[in-house]
Design a protein around this ligand. Structure first.
Ligand code: SF4
Length: 429
């Protein structure tokens, strides 16, 4: 499957001293421009609170039914963490490529909390200006006109709303608090407030309990009908820590759509997206006429550094991955003691980097083979030739001299292509 260095007949000779590698001839000035400037990075801010507990959710979140004072103290702690991390890792002067507020449900914060967080970020990251793509995850029940106006004033440019379904029965079964009417109202409120300033993405979840071909088709059509710029379809996974698994699947009270049905749902969505010219930039996000892309997600998948702030948040700096304490109490206590709340990490070796680059990069549909050769000195299409040729013959990918591109079939199978190639690469280790 993979080329292995061939043995030769040894012919020992006493060689002149090799003083360096690679030879001076390969050194050039353009390297300096590329590598000595401050490298851009992204910022992730984690808000671990939600107003509900969705049955399919496997994240660790704090369920807040109403406003609670601990949210204010969490905001203060985050502001302290911005300052401590910026100083400790010299981040203040680095160009900022994208800022992303994720969760949990960031949109449950109230106006003054957003203002405080954004002011603290701008103070500690000099290049977080109005040109930076600033995304925020939102949930329909937490959207109000005044909040949207505040977010527009603060420079948010991309709003990503978890809707999951537009069918009331399915939404109810998923444990969410809104219904289709409230979702439409929230989308409309956000569209009016952010006109011209932000794009809106809505998330749908394929494979929810109770979903049929008809309910799914209806949700996809209604999502397109809202006119949002971007639609993302995630595949529902019933992990063992989810309510849907513990209270439903395990006790055989709930049957989830099977693999074949779920695949049909995704194929249906892809056909409708193509019909309305929603074009993919990753294998699960489609945007109207290709007008939008989450710079945060695409950049970190291409290997850009990002720093994760907040309880359980993680990020990468150079060859390290760093994660904060996941318990809120511990996170707060460490900051109070003047320590960064880091709990664990990992050092990527160069082979990890290579695997990660393929696995994450293929999600963006067009993998840059030339860039891979430039960074690793290896031609992926050569070292994994048999498996790559097979994927091409089976219609999952097409190859050009410089890129490996997912076909519609490759997109439909999600991470299959990336996983297959990295498995082949691992045989090299
Ligand atoms: S709103 Fe999102 S993060 Fe919160 S429980 Fe539901 S799926 Fe999980």
């Amino acid at each position: 499957m993979i080329a292995i260095a061939k043995s030769t007949n040894l012919e020992p000779t006493r060689l002149p001293l090799i003083t360096n590698y690679p030879s001076f001839r390969k050194w050039n000035k353009s390297f300096l421009d590329e590598n000595l400037a401050d490298k851009p990075m992204c910022i992730y801010v984690h808000i671990p609170f939600c107003t509900q507990r969705c049955s399919f959710c496997y994240y660790k979140t704090v369920d807040l039914k109403e406003y609670r004072p601990e949210v204010d103290s969490y905001i203060d702690t985050l502001c302290q963490e911005f300052e401590m991390a910026a100083e400790r890792f010299n981040l203040s002067d680095r160009p900022i490529h994208a800022v992303y507020f994720g969760g949990g449900t960031p949109s449950l914060l109230v106006e003054h909390q957003f203002e405080k967080l954004v002011a603290a970020l701008r103070k500690n990251f000099k290049h977080f200006d109005d040109k930076v793509q600033f995304s925020l995850e939102a949930e329909p029940l937490t959207i109000s006109k005044s909040k949207m106006d505040t977010l527009a004033d603060l420079g948010v440019t991309r709003l990503s709303m978890g809707v999951q379904s537009f069918e009331d029965e399915i939404i109810k079964l998923s444990g969410r608090g809104h219904d289709a009417k409230k979702a439409f109202h929230a989308i409309e409120t956000a569209q009016k407030a952010g006109q011209g300033q932000w794009t809106i993405n809505i998330d749908l979840l394929s494979g929810l309990a109770g979903e049929t071909d008809e309910t799914w088709a209806s949700s996809v059509k209604q999502a397109i009908g809202t006119g949002v710029e971007s639609i993302t379809v995630y595949k529902m996974e019933a992990f063992a820590n989810t309510d849907v698994f513990q209270k439903g699947v395990r006790q055989e009270k709930i049957n989830l759509p099977d693999e074949e049905q779920e695949m049909r749902f995704m194929q249906y969505a892809m056909d409708r997206f193509a019909e309305f010219n929603y074009l993919p930039w990753s294998f699960f996000t489609y945007t109207k006429d290709g007008c939008d892309e989450s710079k945060y997600i695409s950049s970190i998948w291409r290997g850009m550094d990002f720093y994760g702030f907040g309880a359980s948040a993680f990020g990468t700096l150079g060859d390290s991955i760093l994660q904060n304490a996941s318990e809120l109490d511990q996170y707060g206590a460490m900051i109070e003691k003047g320590e960064l709340p880091l709990q664990r990490g990992y050092h990527f070796h160069s082979f990890d980097r290579m695997l990660r680059e393929v696995l994450m990069g293929v999600k963006l549909l067009r993998f840059d083979l030339k860039g891979f050769k430039h960074r690793h000195g290896l031609r992926l299409e050569k070292i994994c030739a048999p498996i790559i040729n097979e994927l091409e013959a089976e219609g999952f990918i097409t190859l050009t001299k410089e890129t490996l591109e997912l076909t519609n079939k490759g997109i439909l199978y999600g991470d299959y292509v990336g996983k297959t190639i990295t498995d082949a690469l691992k045989a090299f280790a």
